[in-house]
Design a protein around this ligand. Structure first.
Ligand code: C5P
Length: 232
């Protein structure tokens, strides 16, 4: 497993996505397909991007009863993506069922990672909406450990949590971290951000970068800058 930069392709249509990816001549960036694009275009968008030679993180964050998630994961597994995800709050039983569904007849499967607590959930919402009295940090590490003990490969987490996740779950437990911004850039709606160089320093395995690349005048140059800072 190597360090890499994953571009969040948060576009509304296949056309916009292909226009964007066409700018990367001779490069095949790792891309993240989220709910917006998947719900707009369906599984064909995944097949087409795969056919173009990109690695894919399919970010659909499943959360349902174990049997439903198992069956849904079996369908996603046929798309042959590189990484899938779910919510750790669906419980260990759901995560184990997801792994079973994801594993193909030949024993191979995409990597499966868990969302612990969304970075949009703050301590107040944790306490008042979710009725969880433990501190955020403890909740995130507990959910990460549940994911690890269920056989998952890693978690999506804030870059600020990546080092502690590795301490808690082991160096080879993958951390995928969004919330990346350049020191001289606009942070937008992301609150707790890190630069690609800081994310590297702290031990993130993959950084997910969206708007700093997708909204740039020269996306390829910004992507190359991310690669230079994060991968080296
Ligand atoms: O544009 P930006 O760099 O903020 O994009 C980050 C991507 O990572 C988006 O697709 C967003 O949905 C996703 N993400 C996030 N925070 C999480 C989980 C996913 O920003 N906790």
């Amino acid at each position: 497993m190597g360090k890499d930069v994953i571009i969040a392709c948060d576009f509304a249509s296949a056309q916009q996505t292909f226009d964007f990816l066409d700018r990367f001549t001779g490069r095949k960036p790792f891309v993240k397909i989220g709910m917006e694009l998947f719900y707009a275009e369906g599984p064909s968008i995944v097949r087409e991007i795969k056919k173009r030679g990109h690695k894919i993180f399919l970010d659909l964050k499943l959360h349902d009863i174990p049997n439903t998630v198992k069956k849904a994961m079996a369908v996603l597994s046929q798309l042959d993506v590189d990484i899938c995800n779910l919510h750790a709050s669906g419980t260990s039983r759901m995560m184990q069922a997801a792994l079973e569904g994801l594993t193909r007849a030949d024993g191979k499967r995409p990597l499966l990672i868990a969302v612990t607590q969304l970075t949009s959930t703050d301590s107040e919402a944790l306490k008042n909406d979710l009725l969880i009295d433990e501190p955020m940090d403890k909740v995130v590490m507990h959910y990460a450990l549940n994911a690890k003990n269920s056989g998952l490969d890693g978690v999506v987490c804030s870059p600020l949590e990546a080092a502690k996740v590795h301490e808690t779950c082991g160096a080879d437990f993958i951390t995928v971290t969004p919330g990346v911004r350049f020191a001289d850039g606009d942070i937008g709606d992301q609150k707790r951000v890190m630069t690609p160089a800081q994310a590297k320093e702290i031990g993130s395995d993959y950084i997910v970068v969206g708007r700093p690349i997708t909204a740039a005048d020269d996306p390829v140059a910004v992507y190359e800058r991310c690669i230079a800072e994060f991968v080296g």
